[in-house]
Each structure stands twice: as C-alpha cells, then as structure tokens.
Design a protein around this ligand. Structure first.
Ligand SMILES: NC(=O)c1ccc[n+]([C@@H]2O[C@H](COP(=O)([O-])OP(=O)(O)OC[C@H]3O[C@@H](n4cnc5c(N)ncnc54)[C@H](OP(=O)(O)O)[C@@H]3O)[C@@H](O)[C@H]2O)c1
Length: 272
C-alpha cells in the first residue's frame, strides 16, 4: 500500500514540528516553515508566508492526503488561508486536521466543555479559532477533524522553558489561582494525532488530559518537579469565583492507552 502523504502547515513550530517528528517515519511527510531558516535546506520543507503566498501552490506540488494546520500568524491572513484550504478540500481527496484550542469556549466559565457544546469566546484568539472551525463544519464531515487542544506542556515546550528561565532569573511567575484547566503534553498529543490519521478519523476531538487541575496547583507541581526552587508566584485573580477553561473528551474518547492525566504529565514529561 502506498504511504499517505501528509502536509503540516507550521511544521517549524513547537506543535507542528512535534507532529512532523512523530509522523515522518510512517508517512510521506512534508511541512512548511516561515521564518525559521534552519528548515530551508530540508527537501521535505517548503517556505510559506500566509500573508504573501498562496497555499494552492504548495498543495498542487504535494497533493496531500492529509493537511494538518498548526499555524500562527496574522489573524485575517489565517482566515483567508483556511478559506483557500476549504476550496481545495472540496475539489481534492484531502482531509484537513485543524489544531484548534480550548479557548473556543473561553466565554463559558462555570463548567468544562465537551465536543458538541456550543462554542463561544470573549477573546480575539478564541473567535479566530471559532471562525475557522465554523468554516470546516460546513464541509462534509469526512473531510475535516477539529482538534481542540489545551495548554501543551513537555520537556521542550515553550511554556516549560519560560518557567525555567523565570526561575533561573528569580523573576515572578504568573499563576491563576481560580482557573481550572486541563492540560496536555507534546508526546501524547502527537501520538493521538497519529492514531486519528491511521484510523481515518474525522469529527471533533478534545485532546487534553481527562482530568482537571487548578492552574496554580499545576504550575507549582511543574516547578517542584524541576528542582529545589523558591519561586516568586504572581497570583492573578480575574474573577472571584472558580473559572473553567477546559475541553474534556466525552463523546469521541480515544483508547485508554492514548489518554493522559495531569499527574502523568508532571511525572514523565517535565525535565528534572
Ligand atoms: N502551544 C500550545 O500550548 C497550544 C495549545 C493549543 C493550541 N495551539 C495551537 O497550535 C498551533 C501551533 O502553535 P505553536 O505553539 O506550535 O506555535 P509556534 O511554535 O509559534 O509555531 C507557529 C508556526 O506557524 C508558522 N508561522 C508563523 N507566522 C507565519 C506566517 N506569517 N506564515 C506562515 N507560517 C507562519 C511558524 O513558522 P516559523 O517558526 O518558521 O516562523 C511556525 O511553524 C496554533 O494554531 C495554536 O493556536 C497551541
């Protein structure tokens, strides 16, 4: 059987590159980079600037079976690029896997959210994700997968690196004591995406830990795991009551061995 062709938009970034590394031994995998020139000599990589370039040109060269969108960048340009992707999906065999975010629910604060809950956001970022999700939902279901991802922690994640840098320079670390979240880690996230591609799964997936934790508690656990530090915590209270920012899996659960919980992330994915 011929290998599936995968094109990862934003393959030079933290999430996109983790996906690239997970998939490249199993699939014919291509990626795009924008400013990170270290990919310029890699034959599998194309330079792509969503503000200047038309994604069609790369799509016509690669003819992917699966496109994974893990981009950042100018919001109107992201919307336009995804509009072009929708047009391409309609006239090709390709499916789109979109890395969305738990922020599509950031206007709801009283409960965690599940796959088929209505999205509503108060943030510009959350509204961007909703807009792209809504475009995808207008396409036939077998064409798209919306992957809602919470904060990603892991050995090499920018979030963990930032905490380490702040600890080393003895600067305050922001924590949100009444924010209740779920979290994930890059290794488990990419294994989950690998599974979804292997099984040709489409639909909406909440790819976060199956349990919840307070933001402050989680960050304290991360710091404790890193070593004997005496952190300066800056407690930020955005509301008086507990507030949830969590996309939990319920209807489209993954197999047990691919699920993750907060403690596993602390124990196995934070550098000691
Ligand atoms: N990290 C998280 O905790 C997290 C959580 C939930 C969802 N997500 C989502 O995952 C996606 C990737 O996030 P990330 O954390 O991996 O971000 P990142 O490390 O900043 O990567 C962003 C990617 O987008 C590319 N890019 C930036 N500007 C571009 C432009 N003008 N044209 C074309 N490409 C451009 C970057 O290319 P260069 O690096 O080469 O410039 C890079 O490949 C985002 O959609 C984000 O919302 C992330």
């Amino acid at each position: 059987m011929e290998k599936k062709k995968i094109l990862i938009l934003g393959a030079s970034g933290f999430v996109g590159n983790a996906i690239y590394k997970e998939l490249c031994s199993y699939f014919d995998t291509y990626g795009t980079y924008f400013s990170n020139r270290s990919f310029s000599t890699n034959k599998q990589f194309y330079r792509y600037d969503l503000e200047e370039d038309d994604i069609f040109q790369i799509l016509e060269k690669v003819h992917p079976d699966v496109i994974i969108s893990a981009l950042r960048g100018n919001f109107p340009a992201q919307i336009q690029a995804h509009q072009h992707l929708m047009e391409y999906l309609m006239k090709s065999k390709a499916k789109l896997y979109f890395i969305s975010s738990a922020n599509v629910f950031d206007a709801y604060s009283k409960y965690p959210s599940y796959e088929y809950d209505k999205t509503l956001s108060e943030s510009v970022f959350g509204r961007l994700k909703i807009k792209i999700e809504n475009m995808m939902m207008r396409l036939p279901k077998e064409k798209t997968a919306i992957l809602r991802v919470p904060m990603v922690f892991g050995n090499k994640s920018p979030r963990v690196r930032e905490i380490k840098a702040l600890l080393d320079s003895n600067e305050p670390i922001e924590v949100f004591p009444n924010l209740i979240i779920n979290v994930t880690n890059d290794d488990r996230l990419t294994q989950q995406i690998h599974y979804l591609i292997n099984r040709n799964k489409t639909g909406i997936f909440h790819l976060g830990s199956s349990d919840l934790i307070q933001h402050e508690e989680f960050i304290k656990d991360v710091i404790q795991r890193m070593g004997n530090y005496h952190p300066i915590l800056k407690r930020v209270y955005t509301t008086n009551e507990d507030r949830y920012l969590a996309a939990l899996p319920k209807d489209n659960k993954l197999p047990k061995n691919l699920q993750i919980n907060c403690q596993e992330i602390i124990d196995h994915h934070i550098p000691v």
